[in-house]
Design a protein around this ligand. Structure first.
Ligand SMILES: [Zn+2]
Length: 307
């Protein structure tokens, strides 16, 4: 019996770079399944907070996957609203991680007032920050813009308009899908950019306008549809002009925390403070904010060096 193609899940956890045929327009499509589900489920956030972090993860992957060198792309936002801080961190191996700090009572209140509170409602007055970190010997490149839209997609478009002056459109979507094994988080996104063209005919603007018109027809449901592959979505959007796809880049949930890093952090505390942290079983417990892993460290195993 041949499998029914309409019920087979399409490939997930990847970035699909593409170019529109004959037009100076490039883009990337992000599809996140198990990777974003792992990140969001580990933290067990309220739905509105999980949505916000899912958007940040999809955005970090979309922007970061364009890194030409080894490094990290960090999306952060902070404000005076129910969510004080959100961070998503992409490394050039495709690893994603992230977390939020929030006030549960205020999130619950605002979630009653809105079916789906957006970035501005959750973060309040604040800033959206994108940081490109290409290693210890390089300068960090950071762009800061005020949070003005209800989605991180709008924040990102504003960032690109201000700091890179590359015409850029971004769309992000987060949701849950239940394919018989309980509700699982999914996230998706698309970014398109008008790239410099050596085409002397001056039709760059027209091509960009056309690409945006197609782009605007994307439904959020399409970005996170587990049965719709990236190639199928690109065909649906751009079939009149054609889209060429390039090698996919895999994405995964990955945290750089380790026992050694935790010991390194503990070594920076004064000895008395460290002594106060020791629990009844003679261990110090440290939770990694990014991935929620709990490390139990024996204080005598901490190399305090000259501290
Ligand atoms: Zn971690």
């Amino acid at each position: 019996m041949s499998p029914d193609l309409n019920t087979i899940a399409a490939a997930d956890d990847l970035i699909l770079p593409f170019a529109i045929e004959g037009a100076p327009v490039r883009g990337r499509l992000a599809r996140l399944g198990a990777a974003v589900d792992e990140i969001l489920t580990r933290h067990d956030y309220p739905e509105a907070v999980a949505n916000l972090l899912g958007e940040a993860c999809a955005l970090a992957a979309l922007v970061g996957s364009n890194l030409k060198f080894e490094g990290r792309l960090i999306v952060q936002a902070q404000g005076d609203g129910p969510v004080a801080y959100v961070v998503a961190d992409y490394d050039s191996n495709g690893g994603l991680r992230g977390y939020c700090r929030y006030d549960a009572d205020r999130v619950a209140t605002v979630s009653q007032d809105f079916a789906r509170p957006g970035a501005k409602t959750l973060l309040g007055q604040g800033v959206f920050i994108m940081t490109l970190d290409q290693g210890p010997d390089t300068e960090r490149h950071q762009g800061v813009t005020p949070i003005e839209g209800e989605t991180f997609a709008l924040c990102a478009e504003r960032y690109f308009a201000q700091s890179e002056q590359t015409p850029t459109r971004v769309r992000l979507a987060v949701g849950q899908a239940d394919r018989g094994e309980g509700a699982r988080w999914r996230a998706g996104g698309m970014l398109i950019q008008a790239v410099a063209s050596d085409d002397a005919r001056g039709d760059t603007e027209e091509a960009w306008t056309r690409a945006q018109a197609y782009f605007e027809t994307i439904g959020e449901d399409e970005l996170i549809d587990p049965l719709l592959s990236g190639e199928q979505l690109l065909f649906r959007l751009f079939h009149e002009d054609g889209a060429r796809v390039f090698d996919v880049k895999p994405l995964s949930a990955f945290c750089r925390c380790s026992v050694d890093r935790i010991k390194g952090i503990l070594a920076q505390f004064p000895a008395e403070e460290r002594a106060d942290m020791v629990e009844a079983d003679a261990k110090i417990r440290v939770t990694c904010e990014y991935c929620a892993r709990v490390y139990a460290v024996a204080p005598d195993g901490i190399d305090v060096g000259g501290v």
